[in-house]
Design a protein around this ligand. Structure first.
Ligand code: GRF
Length: 197
């Protein structure tokens, strides 16, 4: 399965996928890594010799045009075209993908989100879980639809919230589960043991 991975930040989830895909028995290969910004995590891809691209929203007239440029950059690497469409993985992309982009790749388009959806969607999921006094939260890998973190849930993992924990500490503990969950979910999609709706 060909993967295009999209990131905005440090790319630890990307790095986990790169490490998994370095094993010839892993059934998916990362063919490109894209970002909306100079994400530090792009360095992980460069170090692995994987092509990267940046499509900046400010260079587009509007969100749909940005999505179209992003889609084209991905398709140039053979994802989203032809009989084997591959998979687009949003792994810490901190932007909402516009409707045209979603229609182009659906349902071969997944996201990882640091909460137990449908609880705490949006950009501040860990902060929101703490603010709500949640005693547990976690991570969700889901198919992206046209809403914000609303698409069909594929896999989840739970984390207990510890007393007095900071947002950064809780997020780090969530990410320790998130990385292997994403790696397993992509593997199962590639093997066909997990079907996309
Ligand atoms: C992940 O927790 C992702 O779910 C969230 O941002 C974090 C990205 O981490 N949206 P990284 O860039 O993969 O280290």
């Amino acid at each position: 399965l060909k993967l295009a991975v999209l990131i905005s930040g440090g790319g630890s989830n990307l790095q986990a996928l790169l490490e998994a895909a370095a094993d010839p028995d892993y059934p998916a290969q990362i063919v490109c890594v894209g970002s909306d910004t100079d994400a530090p995590g792009l360095e992980h891809a460069r170090a692995a010799g994987i092509p990267t691209f940046i499509v900046r929203p400010k260079d587009s007239e509007n969100r749909e045009e940005w999505g179209q440029l992003l889609a084209t950059a991905i398709q140039e690497h053979g994802v989203g075209t032809g009989p084997e469409p591959g998979l687009v993985v949003s792994a810490g992309l901190m932007r909402i993908l516009p409707a045209g982009f979603v229609r182009e790749f659906s349902p071969n388009l997944i996201n990882t989100h640091p909460a137990l959806l449908p609880l705490f969607p949006g950009a501040h999921a860990v902060r929101d879980a703490l603010a709500a006094g949640a005693t547990e939260t976690g991570v969700t890998v889901h198919v992206i639809d046209e809403g914000v973190d609303t698409g069909p849930v594929l896999r989840q993992a739970r984390v207990e919230v510890l007393p007095e924990e900071s947002e950064a500490e809780l997020h780090e503990r969530i990410k320790q589960l998130e990385r292997p969950l994403l790696v397993r979910t992509v593997r199962d999609i590639a093997l066909g043991t997990l079907n996309l709706p």
